[in-house]
Structure formats: structure tokens, C-alpha cells
Design a binder for this molecule. Structure first.
Ligand code: ADP
Ligand code: ZN
Length: 607
């Protein structure tokens, strides 16, 4: 079978994406490679197709049992001989797998790094190995964010198997890490394949300055508009994950917290239920995600701002891995910035971490297309706006805000720059708080000059002033506010200041715009009229139910039976014969035979 036949037969896809074909050819010719692709970019196929078309067994090193399980199930569901060797197996299962390896009947063997090292002179030296694939290869580097000491010994592979191609794959690696990976694995003349980091199916949106109650209101509306869709809410602290999950549950939404303080059992139960669509919302700290390959996560909300663009991109990357549209929302506030700066200062790497935070803020505070900023951060320039972020859809409105800025700055000035943001607001609003009274700020000329503007709007204007560089926060001096040189220019009337009109809508997020509808493959299917391109939502629901039934029968998560993308294509194209069914992108031979008739029966009722 050639590589195109394998792609069609096993995975049901008609063409390769980006540089998949080039990578696959490079490996099948026996060379080493480093593959950098974003999450959901399609890394797996880069070693799975060579594994299927080359003689022997491909060895795939993977750091987590849950990831291996997911991959093996996905392959088995496509009729491919794949197994995993790890500490989670019982000895008798291990024995069967080993025997099958020796007989040469397994095409892909997933293995943990520990197991690989202990088998290197035993099982591995007795089987014909087609290639090694090192997944999550950044784990080898101390520079990466997920260092795993077991990975550092993998360098021995090149020595023991001088002729077998090695492929390292990762979704996150800067230049130093990439260099480190190649060096530590002793790769020979490895070619680096770097794909675009763009994930056009993810919408990007930022909400600033929301209070807790407003966030909750927004989130509730957001979830209600997507009743059957799974999503993740990332929070900064364990306590917040529990509080948010609790508040959602009170409103009848099935949500659970996930953080490092819960028992292993609780965590794995939450993860399993989420994978199986039995739990729709997980409120998590960053600990959640690495072991999740669930392809139908439809949205990600950041309840607090993340500490860097790398973390942010990795976390939103967990949405929409199937390529169907998915939404991401980032909330951020002054309080987040103050707290994250505090963390950065205490981190022991203050300069680096403050800089990362600054770049993250630039994203959140941007007035230009957000995707351009993200791609730019990963050294990728584009010449057009994306059309799928809040800035592109609603460019910010501005007004002449010099007077507002002067009011706030004059309050700061008259206290000799001794106050924090919260006290500025109290002075402007004319509130006799303990701090105000203690320092007799109620005697200032500015006391109460801004009482017609709400406190939350003042917070927002102050945040904008920070973004525009009119003020700074002295993080090492109790977060007191300082006026900058350009701030003084505005204060003394030498410069004007434009402010953004505040949008406090916690209204229901509008549903995705039709222009973001999935691109449905343009193949002509024999016997079917050209597709109208319009999906039947009732049929989609019926197909989703059937998918759940099949998943239950087989003990697989639903997204392994078919991805959301396949269901959307079915609900749009509506194939009514087995042959037409098999022509849908993402349905290979095995799934066509296994599920075709049942799905076609349902579709016929909606034609
Ligand atoms: P990664 O490992 O890079 O996160 P995956 O390998 O899981 O990504 O691929 C993400 C999704 O894209 C999967 O649903 C996969 O089947 C799909 N995919 C990969 N390659 C192609 C292709 N050539 N055509 C269509 N879909 C593809
Ligand atoms: Zn944009």
C-alpha cells in the first residue's frame, strides 16, 4: 500500500495537510526528523502512515498512560493493530502483547520511556523496528515547560539502533528546546519541519474588567447557548475552580473541579467522564489537559489571565482538535495582573517571567487582530486580519477621554503617589473608606469629582491608562500607582488621551457566525446531488445520539467512534448508501463496514 492508499483506507482522508506528506516521505526514506506542529495540527499521522506502510513495528514513546490509551483506541477503532506497554497493564496482557510483537503482527507499539529503557536489550532487540517516534519530545529538555527526567536517557536509542529512523514530535518548543531535543536524542542530520501555528478554527475573544458576578453571568449565558458542548474553564487557584464549579452546579450545569489537590481517583474519574461526554464542564487549574486528547472540546474559557502566551496557547489549543469551530474567551482584570506580577517576582526568574507576563498583557490589551499578535509571538507573520477574533469583528470604539484621565491622575498626584488603584477609585467616587478617612483624602479637591461614573468603569479606565503607559504600578512598593512622563503630559494638558468605550455586555454570546461554518469536503459523491452546504441540526443530534450508543457498546469515548467534524459532514451531505457514507472525509474502510449501515438508516429518515 502506498502512503495515499493508507491515508484513504485507514483514516478516510483524501489529502495530506501542510507538510505531512514531506515528513512521511523523509521518514520512510530512513532519515531522522523533528516535527513541530500545533496541537490538533495532525502530528500522529506523520508516524502512523510510515508505521503502516513500512515493514516491522513502529515504537512510539509517550509520557502518559492516558495519552497512550487514547491513541491506541483511536487506531484500533480504525482497524489498525496497535497496543501499549506500560505500568498500567497486567502481566498476562503484557505477555500477549509481547508474543504478538515477536510474531510481527503489531504495527504500532506505544511504550512509556521507563519501559522502553528496560526492554531495550530484550523485547526491542528481537523485533523488527520500522521507526521510533518520540511524542511530546520537549519533555527531554530542561528548557521546556514539562521536563521529565526519564526522557533524558532516550539518547541511547541512536546508539543501539543506528539505522532506524527516529522522529521527535512536539507542539511547543522554542529554538533552544528544539536544539536540545536534537542534541540529546543524537539525531543524525535531522530535518526540522516547522508548521504554521495558526489554528483558524479557534475564535479568540477577551473580556476585561468583569467582576466575579458578571463573569458568572456571562459564563452561564455562554454555556446555555451551547447546551451539549464540552468545555474547560481554567482558573488561577484551586479555590476558584471549586467555587466556579459549585456556582455552575447550583444553576443546573454539570460541572466538576480538577486540580492537584484532589485524589488520583477523583481526578481520573473526572477525566474519564469528561472524555465520555458524561461531564460537560471542567473547572481546572493548569494541571488538567496534558492527558486529554479529547477532540471535541468545543470551548475554553480563561477565568483568570494565564502567566504567559505559551501557557495560554497550549490551553486554548485543547479546544477544537477535530478542526471544527471552537470558541475561546479570556477574562482579565487588574487584580489578575497584580497577582501574576507577584508570582513572577517570587519565581526566582523575575525578569523572564515579568517579560512573559508583559507579552501576555499585550495580547489581552491589543487593539489589533489578536491572531496576528499570537502568530507574531511565535515568529510567524501574516499579512491579513483573521476575521475570527473580537477585534476583527468589533473594532473598539474610542472617545476623547482627556478629562477622565486628568481626574484620575490628579487624584494620584495630590496624594503624592502614595495610593493604590482601589483608593483612586474611592477618591474619585467620593467614598469615605477607612483608608480615605485615615489619610484625610476626603479633603482633597479631587474627592468625588468622578462620582457620576461607576466604580467598575473607573477600574476599566485605570486599566486602559496602565495599558497606554500613563501610569505604572510599583509592584515592589505595595502596588502604589506612579505617574509616568506621558501621564504628566496628559495631566498638564500637553497631550490628549483617547479611551475605549466600555462594553459591559454580559449578554449571551452570539452564536458562531455562519461564515465560520465548517468547510465540507468538495468531493462529489456518486448518486448524490451537490450538497446545499446546510446542516440539518436535528439530524446532527440524532447522529450524536447514535454515536453515544456505539461508544457505550464498545467502551470507547464518543469522539473515537467519529469526530464532531465527521458528524457535521454527515448531517450536511446526508449520504444514504454505504458507498456514499464511505466517501465522507474521516471515515476509513473499517468504520465504514462497522458503522455504515446503522448511520445510513438514521440519515434516511431525515432526507
Ligand atoms: P496532534 O497530535 O498534532 O494534536 P492529531 O494527530 O490528533 O493532532 O490530529 C488532529 C485531528 O486532525 C485528528 O482528528 C486527525 O484525524 C485529523 N487529521 C490529521 N491529518 C489529517 C488530514 N490529512 N486530513 C484530515 N484530517 C486530518
Ligand atoms: Zn482577528
Amino acid at each position: 500500500m502506498d502512503i495515499f492508499e493508507a491515508l484513504r483506507h485507514y483514516f478516510g482522508y483524501n489529502s495530506f495537510r501542510n507538510n505531512q506528506e514531506e515528513i512521511i516521505r523523509h521518514i520512510t526514506q530512513g532519515h531522522d526528523a523533528l516535527v513541530l506542529m500545533p496541537t490538533g495540527g495532525g502530528k500522529s499521522i506523520c508516524y502512523q502512515i510510515p508505521a503502516l506502510t513500512m515493514p516491522g513495528t513502529a515504537i512510539v514513546v509517550s509520557p502518559l498512560i492516558s495519552l497512550m490509551k487514547d491513541q491506541v483506541e483511536t487506531l484500533q477503532a480504525n482497524g489498525i493493530e496497535a497496543e501499549a506497554l506500560n505500568s498500567g497493564n497486567d502481566p498476562s496482557a503484557d505477555l500477549v502483547i509481547r508474543r504478538r510483537c515477536l510474531q510481527g503482527s503489531i504495527k504500532l507499539l506505544y511504550i512509556s520511556p521507563e519501559k522502553l529503557l528496560s526492554e531495550i536489550d530484550y523485547l526491542l532487540s528481537h523485533i523488527h523496528i520500522s521507526l521510533f517516534a518520540i511524542d511530546e519530545a520537549h519533555c527531554i529538555s530542561q528548557w521546556g515547560h514539562d521536563f521529565r527526567p526519564e526522557y533524558t536517557q532516550l539518547g541511547i536509542l541512536r546508539e543501539k539502533f543506528p539505522k532506524t529512523p527516529i522522529m521527535a514530535l512536539t507542539a511547543t518548543a522554542d529554538k533552544i528546546t528544539r536544539h536540545d531535543i536534537i542534541e540529546q536524542l543524537n539525531l543524525h542530520d535531522a530535518r526540522e519541519f516547522i508548521s504554521s501555528f495558526d489554528r483558524p478554527n479557534l475564535s479568540l475573544s477577551v473580556k476585561r474588567g468583569y467582576k466575579a458576578a458578571e463573569k458568572m453571568h456571562f459564563i452561564l449565558n455562554f454555556i446555555k447557548a451551547r447546551p451539549l458542548e464540552a468545555g474547560i474553564i481554567y482558573c488561577l487557584s484551586r479555590k476558584t475552580t471549586e467555587k466556579v464549579a459549585e456556582d455552575l452546579r447550583k444553576k443546573g450545569i454539570h460541572a466538576a473541579p480538577y486540580h492537584a489537590g484532589l485524589s488520583n481517583l477523583e481526578r481520573s474519574q473526572t477525566q474519564e467522564m469528561f472524555k465520555n461526554d458524561q461531564l460537560l464542564v471542567v473547572c481546572a487549574t493548569i494541571a488538567f489537559g496534558m492527558g486529554i486528547d479529547k477532540s471535541n472540546v468545543r470551548w475554553v474559557i480563561h477565568y483568570n489571565m494565564p502567566k504567559s502566551i505559551e501557557s495560554f496557547y497550549q490551553e486554548i489549543g485543547r479546544a477544537g482538535r477535530d478542526g471544527a469551530p471552537a470558541d475561546t474567551i479570556l477574562f482579565y482584570s487588574l487584580a489578575d495582573i497584580v497577582q501574576l506580577s507577584e508570582f513572577a517576582r517570587q519565581s526566582g526568574q523575575q525578569d523572564i517571567n515579568m517579560d512573559k507576563l508583559k507579552r501576555m498583557r499585550e495580547y489581552a490589551e491589543s487593539n489589533v487582530c489578536r491572531r496576528r499578535i499570537l502568530l507574531n509571538y511565535f515568529s510567524e507573520q501574516t499579512d491579513h486580519d483573521c476575521g475570527n477574533c473580537d477585534i476583527c469583528e468589533n473594532p473598539p470604539q474610542r472617545f476623547e477621554g482627556t478629562r477622565h484621565v486628568q481626574m484620575a491622575l490628579s487624584a494620584v498626584k495630590r496624594t503624592d503617589e502614595q495610593i493604590r488603584i482601589s483608593t483612586i477609585v474611592e477618591i474619585l467616587k467620593g467614598m469615605r473608606s477607612p483608608t480615605v478617612v485615615r489619610h484625610q483624602y476626603d479633603q482633597l479637591k479631587t474627592f468625588g469629582v468622578g462620582k457620576d461614573i461607576s466604580s467598575s468603569d473607573w477600574q476599566d479606565y485605570l486599566l486602559q491608562m496602565l495599558q497606554m503607559g500613563f501610569i505604572e504600578i510599583a509592584y515592589n512598593e505595595g502596588n502604589k500607582v506612579r505617574i509616568t512622563d506621558i501621564g504628566n503630559d496628559v495631566l498638564y494638558g500637553r497631550k490628549e488621551a483617547m479611551l475605549c468605550v466600555i462594553d459591559h455586555s454580559t449578554q449571551e454570546e452570539p452564536r458562531r457566525k455562519p461564515k465560520l461554518r465548517l468547510e465540507i469536503p468538495s468531493i462529489t459523491i456518486p448518486g448524490l446531488p451537490p450538497t446545499t452546504g446546510i446542516e440539518d441540526p436535528r439530524l446532527f443530534e440524532a447522529l450524536r445520539n447514535l454515536r453515544s450508543t456505539c461508544a457505550n457498546e464498545e467502551g470507547f469515548p464518543p469522539y473515537i467512534v467519529f469526530t464532531d467534524k465527521v458528524l457535521h459532514a454527515l448531517a450536511t451531505i446526508k449520504p444514504t448508501s454505504l458507498e456514499q457514507f464511505g466517501n465522507i472525509s474521516g471515515i476509513g474502510e473499517h468504520k465504514k463496514q462497522k458503522y455504515g449501515n446503522r448511520f445510513v438508516e438514521v440519515i434516511k429518515k431525515y432526507v
